[in-house]
Ligand binder design. Sequence first.
Ligand SMILES: NC(=O)C1=CN([C@@H]2O[C@H](COP(=O)(O)OP(=O)(O)OC[C@H]3O[C@@H](n4cnc5c(N)ncnc54)[C@H](O)[C@@H]3O)[C@@H](O)[C@H]2O)C=CC1
Ligand SMILES: O=C(O)C(=O)Cc1ccc(O)cc1
Length: 309
Amino acid sequence: MTDGHFDKIALIGIGLIGSSIARAVKLKGLAKSVVISSRSQETLDRARELDLGTDYVLDAGEAVEGADLVIVSVPVGASGKVAEAIAPHLKQGAIVTDVGSTKASVVAQMLPHIPKGVHFIPGHPLAGTEHSGPDAGFAELFQGRWCILTPVHGTDKDAKRKLAAFWEALGSKVDEMDMEHHDKVLAIVSHLPHIIAYNIVGTADDLETVTESEVIKYSASGFRDFTRLAASDPTMWRDVCLHNKDAILEMLARFSEDLAYLQRAIRWGDGEKLFDLFTRTRAIRRSIIDAGQDTSAPNFGRPGPDEKA
Ligand SMILES: NC(=O)C1=CN([C@@H]2O[C@H](COP(=O)(O)OP(=O)(O)OC[C@H]3O[C@@H](n4cnc5c(N)ncnc54)[C@H](O)[C@@H]3O)[C@@H](O)[C@H]2O)C=CC1
Ligand SMILES: O=C(O)C(=O)Cc1ccc(O)cc1
């Protein structure tokens, strides 16, 4: 087996992330067989129509039999149940990973089920869109994006190296972090922006009874950017909020304090404070672009499944 390659990969969950992995694995020839498992027959049939793998089974336990690499791509709240279902069927020496947006909760749910001799290495590709389901994925999703591994104490170095090589073969840059740190960082850079978007779009929706259709008619690009995030999958984001509760609440408390500061500056006409803050934040945007991390077109220009080409 060359680096990044596995004989048999099992993909549990074949939505945006699972199907993007499937497409990239196929495109790059990273596995001899790719077994796909999905909770519903309808999704499994769609994965087969899209020719995403080599085998298709409803039963997750059956899917992982003989697999060298198992990737769990389901909402974080479902990871414990999946781990319990696959545990008795895992091959000795197999690597089990996930792609969940929160890490401490996934580890708490999955690790107790992982048999001795199986390598569990949690992961999180920092790449996605507001779309979901097997049609939404694309092979280039991980290109140039970070994938964070949050290995638990005593993780086998060789297994970690093999998993990192797999993500690199998909085009990702790989980093390592402890799971609590991951959850704090992601709370501010990803979870809070989504929560703020859900909130502002919800507020605008409440106002719409007052303003009739003006919210939609005059929605400028700023508001439209929020509606993209707020169109993200409700199950996934419900689970993220419930499973990264402490870090999100900590960041929300900081956010509320800073918002109060901004509110006060506006109330008292303190233009200097406003100007200083806006200057500081403008520099952050520029440094993101200079670092090549601008993803303002997260679909890479592709229309989503619910958009017209
Ligand atoms: N959507 C995004 O932008 C990103 C998502 N993630 C993480 O990836 C994971 C998967 O997300 P997506 O692929 O976007 O979701 P998705 O909604 O497109 O796909 C989810 C898949 O999980 C299956 N599933 C749902 N509930 C299940 C359950 N209770 N038991 C077993 N299977 C179940 C669905 O049938 C589907 O195959 C989540 O943990 C999410 O936090 C990570 C990075 C980016
Ligand atoms: O669509 C976007 O802008 C995203 O931020 C996608 C995303 C969602 C969740 C993650 O854990 C990682 C990436």
